[in-house]
Design a protein around this ligand. Sequence first.
Ligand code: PEP
Ligand code: MG
Length: 580
Amino acid sequence: MDKDTTFKGVPVSPGISIGKVYLYVRNNFEIDSRDLLPDEIEKETADFQKSLELSINELSKIRNYSYEKIGEANSLIFDAQIEFLKDKFFMSQVIHRIQNEKRAAGYIFNEEISKLEDALSASKDSYLKDRFEDIKDIKNRVIRNLKREKLVSKIGENLIIVSHELTPADTILFSKRKVLGYATDKGGNTSHAAIISRALRIPAVVGMKDITRSLVTGDFVIIDGSSGIIIKDPSVETIDFYKKKIQKLLENEERLKEIIDLPCETTDKKEFELSANIDFDEEIDFIINTGHCGVGLYRTEHLFLEEGGFPSEEKQTEEYTHISDVIYPKSVTIRTYDIGGDKLLPRSEKEDNPFLGWRGIRICLDREDIFREQLRAIYRSSQNKNIRILFPMISSIAEIRKAKSIVKEILDDFDRNGTEYDKELKTGIMIEVPSASIMADALAKEVDFFSIGTNDLIQYLLAVDRGNSLISGLYQEFHPAVLRTLKNITEAAHSNNITVSVCGEMASNPLAAVIFTGLGVDELSVSPSRFPEIKQIIRKLNHKESSEFCNEILCLTTEEEIRSRLENYMEKYLRETGSL
Ligand code: PEP
Ligand code: MG
């Protein structure tokens, strides 16, 4: 094994796969230059027109948001782009060439646009030079829309995707091709692509710096998502070693299934609610089949992704009713849109600091129309009385009061027109911004429950970008400031008689189990792939001893000391449960 070429990164999703690499280069659209058969011409023309329509729709949405956010003067570029796409003379020239030359639309469109690009880039006028980027954006948009389906279907099945970076959309789209693993140059443990690959139970290693320069499509590799390594051209002995490891993992999974129906309680009978985080619908089956648990965090961003915009109230009602039905009698905590940050944005302009920008509840309170539609859909789906609402990114009392006043208006309206809903439906907030953790005692008086989002809480507390591989070593779950903050939030919740759940990735870390059992949080909502393992560990721990241990480590002042005490304490439990 010493002779193998090994690359190291940040392990973000456990599991091992052996297979071939597909090097994915985003935005580098391969232009279709096929000659068309006579009976393909009509469809190709229609596809081109459709791609123009889709591009105009996308740009119109962006333009509308832009008008509201930065005003008309700053948004004129979008109008110009839309006008360009509607330019009958230019587009009919493209269509004319498709039909006469019998060549694929992408090829012709690219050629026509390139003429403009050349003219603009050669111009001495700086205004015209700047238009080059605008035209390029239009080109990429239309070609992307033209190749919408083809982009993914071109990629074979059972491959390990290697890419500079993956968006949540890429991660989900590729998963439909039975991907064996993901490896990226960029990214950290809590980037959304990492969370989604974990949820999909696909091994993933991120932050590999320049893996895209070391591997090419077709390379044969082993990806180990638990140790964060990729081995290129492994020797026969290495392959053998890893095959045995895979076998052991499968046996372990079988063993874990045996405890699935047992309560999630410590040896001294303190019970914890163990639920799962759901990022998209495919995961619901996993819960039904193996989890028998509630949903502690239902991220609704995937609806936005699948629809390519905000889904209608009807569509949302259908989705929320479905999840409420299949999870019943357990409960499902639906989080209102948390778009922005590293997630999806309903507009295109760049923010210098997106994680400190227009995100989560801020977007919802600015775009009340979207927020109201989502809230109405959630309440309309609440007939089973097993839904809770969770607001993300709350940073002040004013925000939660504003959100509640909007809820009240909606419900008054429902009462007036006889729409049925759960009158006891509980509303809670994510505690993931430091100001909210400091104000937890006051916030606790405004809501029914807290859910701690450690992914963001840690990044904002420690000023460490959750997705930046350059500083991933500074993203410390066991930093003393994090532990003290968790304790303060839990105490604030309990002294105000509300429950506190933890739904960030830290809840899925086996090493952290003693902290949460010790602090006595009420619920842990974990990645479905971690569900059995966390339950097994909690069932080995003793609540009273965990609390004493917690008090001890809360007195320590460095992450190194805390981590080493934790590792010593947990070693025996992790070994017994096969986590080590
Ligand atoms: C969190 O911040 O911990 C969290 C659960 O929210 P998200 O990861 O979706 O930002
Ligand atoms: Mg968050």
